[in-house]
Design a protein. Sequence first.
Length: 218
Amino acid sequence: MTSNQPPTREDLAPGLDAAARAWLDTALAEAADAAAYAAVDAGRTGESDNVAVAPAVAPWELRFAAAGRHCGQEHADSVRVLLLQRARADLTVLTRLYHQGTAAERRAVLLALPHRVTGPGALPLIEDALRTNDTRLVAAAVGPYAAAHLDSHGWRHAILKCLFTEVPVTAVDGLERRAHGDAELARMLADFAAERTAAGRPVPADLHHALNLTGEES
């Protein structure tokens, strides 16, 4: 997935074999019924017998987890984001799937955030991903949602996280726009470069690129 637009079935179908397309169609139909499953669960958990009943896992969520196995790892991100779209997954669902999921499932949730969440409510998921050293999560975390909602302090540290984990800064959405004229980012990058040099470690080439974008490189 590279587009800022969510994938469609038509985007995915040409790359899938017949079995995978049939699986995807069933998964999408189940995802479209997500609201009905939620209503059933609300009724079950609201029964008056005072017996706690765990909400059932909707079938589409099982499909979400199995996407790579049925559609191939190269399509798994797009399939999962499409399922989240079709299920109209809200922040509560996204947060649960993120925390319960594998790294691959968490990545898909992060990629879906710009399409599913309009405000800053999902920033805890971005912040969690940026605390990891999983480069695929870090790269997904610095996409359009972070560009729109991370404050300056958090965004600057996201840049440093990319440099530290060797995630290309080209993964950072809005880098040129947000870096321009950011003297504090320039200072932080210069300090990072100085620390690397003092430790006898190479300075990432991406650091000079980011520093140049600030307009503060000497």
